[in-house]
Design a protein around this ligand. Sequence first.
Ligand SMILES: C[S@@+](CC[C@H](N)C(=O)[O-])C[C@H]1O[C@@H](n2cnc3c(N)ncnc32)[C@H](O)[C@@H]1O
Length: 291
Amino acid sequence: MLRVILPNPRPWLSPKITPSPQPLLRIDGIAVRCCSTGGEYSGQTAQNASAHHDEQAAGRIGRRVLNPEGRCKLDTSPDRDFYSLPRFVKHVDEGFLAELTELYRERLPAGGEVLDLMSSWVSHLPEEVEYGRVVGHGLNAQELARNPRLDYFFVKDLNREQQLQLESRSLDAVVCAVSVQYLQWPEKVFAEVLRVLKPGGVFILSFSDRMFYQKAIAAWRDSTTYGRVQLAVQYFQCIEGFTQPEVIRRSPQHHNKSILNTVMSLLGLSRSDPFYAIVAYRNFKQANLKL
Ligand SMILES: C[S@@+](CC[C@H](N)C(=O)[O-])C[C@H]1O[C@@H](n2cnc3c(N)ncnc32)[C@H](O)[C@@H]1O
């Protein structure tokens, strides 16, 4: 069930983004696998769901990237329970966050409508830039209510239901910071991101090598750094309608130039967080358009 909370003092009543009390895509109770991924749905259910869905705008999933084992988590308890207590912490170091904010400064259009997917009490957006509206999504309402950049937010477990109650082609940008490793149905979530983006809109995904180990999916948890980048690239590529994803890597030396860090890096003992981002745009050309 979607829970919508309008934070004071800036409730947002945009007609463009209309939360629905009824989820459009129902997947609960169907084919729950060993690890309670809770997302497999039958063809019949998919057909019913798509009747409500904007087929023309939806990102089509060309293929599945993950197998059932890859979607499993060590901790199979509901994610809502794991995130029930707010964590007012930063999940990566300042060097990483400086890189991320700079990337947002370069790629997010000022004045645009932005969705911060899997957000918390911070969005890492450049302070001096004003956006039209920033919508936040996450699992902990207290964290989201504290986030000064959000005009509006909603709470939703994307491992239970992936559809975003946001209008198709309504956003200029979607960002998702240091969270993709927790998605058990990334293909469906990325398809939704494509759907809500305007043509030319940008999706910026970022991650490092940290994670809540027990809550990360096996395919991510058990992979290498190189493998995780490849996996994230495939999440984009499996959706018809994104441009070729651009991979941005910054070693810790890039954002932490202290002598201590340089020496530690040379010794292979750097403790700074490496920065990875994948950037792709919603293609202007409609996927599957037969000429
Ligand atoms: C490491 S935190 C990162 C938060 C934020 N993006 C940041 O940069 O500080 C991971 C976030 O993923 C979100 N998350 C984890 N599992 C989720 C799920 N099943 N559905 C929706 N969001 C989830 C939580 O809201 C949590 O805040």
